[in-house]
Design a protein around this ligand. Structure first.
Ligand SMILES: Cc1ncc(COP(=O)(O)O)c(C=O)c1O
Length: 405
């Protein structure tokens, strides 16, 4: 007899584009930081759908708000005034200091919008030659052509070349390269305050200072990509502020909808003033359901969630540091708050995710040798401790499997 999981996998194998190598588990429900698969097995989720399920799984307040909104009005397009966009934009403005928002559906679209608005800013000023972008080695900003063009990894880029021209990549650990690259032809510098896909790598303070200096000296715009590390994830509304960065544009996404697809490009008044009617748009961007979800998340963020992440992040980090001391498998822990990465050997990384799943734990491997943890922002102390316990077992299992191989 075919099980439900087997039937699901077979149907996908026949009809879904095979661009994701999926792990062999089918989650069917969840609650808080726990997920349940087709066999009724429960998992501690330290990944939250790659930093998206910010309020945990099946959060009551989000489900209720979306249900109520769906019963009232789902979508009217951006051709008409909107009962909720102003409210979401105003809350994001209070958090970020950037007074205007453009709404879209995903991180890559938010980055795309930031790149277009940066170019538009200079073009409006008659400085058409300022179209270059400075980006960083190790960066990940998305997979559409503009954001792919500022994404560093060759495996992402090579199959789709040629990309958008005029992008210069510099080392995130060499402030001198930043100073040399930014000049009178640069429209914007784009940086993740903590590189996510690139292996949970915080921007070093000296590089952040060089970015701030170079942008100030040349009038270059600064885009801090907070899609993964922002909106509370590190125990601050935005992580760029912790590095002394004052961006002109911030793309946000992931956590914003708690699982509902919504993203935004936040911008200064000067940039907003350069964008004319019809310059850019999105059919779905920030529709009523999306904005309702964002309001629920932003309400939670303003009601103690940021502070809770800071405390939870300290607990997680202490547990990880203890794990480093006890286990020979981890070489380094990097990150901040509830965004943590563990550097391990390639052979351990190859086995870690499957060993974790076997122990009832959801984690992720990125950049080859990094185990990434991005739990729900409201994860409980108990689930952090249980997640750490299972992680320890999974790493032991990975080590044992390696020795047996
Ligand atoms: C920093 C950063 N920017 C952009 C993106 C792209 O977001 P999306 O996958 O929603 O298009 C991601 C996704 O992982 C990201 O981490």
């Amino acid at each position: 007899m075919t099980t439900r999981a087997e039937a699901i996998k077979a149907l996908e194998a026949s009809h879904v584009l095979q661009n994701y190598k999926r792990h062999p588990v089918v989650f069917v429900r969840g609650s808080g930081s726990r997920l349940v698969d087709t066999d009724g097995r429960e998992y501690v989720d330290l990944l939250s759908g790659i930093g998206v399920a910010s309020l945990g799984h099946a959060p009551g307040e989000l489900a209720a708000a979306l249900t109520a909104q769906a019963g009232e009005l789902l979508h009217t397009s951006n051709l008409f005034f909107h009962p909720l966009q102003g409210e979401v934009a105003e809350r994001l403005a209070r958090l970020s200091g950037l007074p205007r928002a453009f709404f879209c559906n995903s991180g890559t679209e938010a980055v795309e919008a930031c790149l277009k608005f940066a170019r538009r800013y200079w073009r409006t000023r008659g400085a058409n030659e300022r179209h270059e972008i400075v980006a960083f080695e190790g960066a990940f900003h998305g997979r559409t052509f503009g954001s792919l063009s500022v994404t560093a990894g060759e495996p992402y880029r090579a199959p789709f070349a040629p990309l958008v021209p005029g992008v210069r990549f510099v080392s995130p650990t060499d402030p001198g390269q930043v100073r040399d690259a930014v000049g009178e032809r640069t429209a914007a510098v784009i940086v993740e305050p903590i590189q996510g896909e690139g292996g949970v790598r915080p921007v070093p303070g000296a590089t952040a200072a060089a970015i701030a200096e170079a942008c100030a000296a040349t009038g270059t715009l600064l885009i801090t990509d907070e899609i993964q590390c922002g909106l509370g994830r590190t125990g601050r509304p935005f992580h760029g502020a912790a590095l002394g960065l004052t961006p002109d544009l911030i793309p946000v996404g992931k956590s914003l909808g708690g699982g509902f697809p919504v993203a935004a490009a936040l911008m200064s008044e000067a940039i907003a003033a350069a964008v004319a009617f019809g310059d850019h748009g999105s059919t779905y961007g920030g529709n009523l359901l999306a904005c309702r979800a964002a309001l629920v998340f932003l309400e939670a963020l303003g009601n103690g969630l940021v502070e809770r992440v800071a405390a939870a992040g300290r607990r997680l980090r202490q547990g990880l540091d203890a794990l480093v001391a006890d286990s020979g498998a981890i070489h380094e822990v990097r990150g901040d708050g509830l965004m943590q990465g563990l550097e391990v050997d390639q052979e351990v990384a190859d086995r870690a995710v499957d060993c974790a799943l076997a122990r009832g734990l959801v984690i992720n491997r990125t950049a080859g040798t990094v185990i990434r943890l991005l739990p729900p922002l409201n994860i409980s102390d108990e689930d952090i401790d249980e997640g750490l316990r299972r992680l320890r077992l999974a790493l032991d299992d990975a080590g044992a499997a390696l020795r047996a191989a």
